[in-house]
Write a protein that binds this ligand. Structure first.
Ligand code: FMN
Length: 175
């Protein structure tokens, strides 16, 4: 039974990306899903000066969750064309722990927003960066979340669902 760590790269209480990440994990048969909430890993804003005072325990806890996983699903919220501060801060802190940052686990990158671009800008940014450690990461962006997703059914648009399933299968094949 693969242990899948999934999270929305957002600190919103009702994060649509958290819902998409959870949906993706729920589509993997017999997966043990570990849904993280970035609010549980809030730390001081990273700086090299703060790092000299020590790396917060929460960074170690986040890394431990990655280490215990067999695969990682992240759905990115886009803030001003980039990562949310909540995600970037965790990324910066864990990048100061042992390499590889994402523990060499298979990854599946997603993104959604209520707009027609579906947070593609941040997805491309994340894919470019994370592909340095893993050149075969599948990615999927869900545009116009309110029109294409419901909490009980998941992705409702058939074309997008097929695209999602192809990307998911690539991820599952790496587990
Ligand atoms: C400060 C801020 C900046 C935003 N910038 C963008 C953006 O650049 N592109 C975009 O598609 N949506 C943007 N949005 C809208 C978010 O995509 C939307 O709030 C979405 O719900 C965030 O995902 P979440 O619910 O998982 O947090 C922004 C929202 C906020 C609050």
């Amino acid at each position: 039974m693969p242990n899948i760590v999934a999270f929305g790269a957002s600190s919103s209480k009702n994060s649509i990306n958290r819902k998409l990440a959870h949906f993706a994990a729920s589509q993997i048969s017999d997966a043990d899903i570990h849904l993280l909430d970035l609010n549980d890993f809030e730390m001081p804003i990273y700086s090299t000066d703060r790092e000299k005072e020590g790396i917060p325990n929460k960074a170690h806890e986040f890394k431990a969750a990655l280490q215990q996983s067999d695969g990682i699903i992240i759905s990115f919220a886009e803030h001003n064309g980039a990562y949310t501060t909540a995600f970037k801060n965790i990324f910066d802190w864990i990048s100061r722990l042992e390499k590889p940052i994402w523990c060499g686990r298979p990854m599946f990158l997603l993104a959604t927003s209520t707009g027609a671009r579906g947070a593609k800008t941040v997805l491309e940014l994340a894919h470019l960066r994370l592909s340095r450690d893993n050149p075969s990461i599948p990615a999927f962006s869900l545009p116009s979340y309110n029109e294409n997703f419901t909490e009980d059914k998941g992705i409702t648009n058939e074309t997008l669902l097929q695209e999602f399933k192809i990307a998911l299968a690539e991820f599952v094949a790496q587990l």
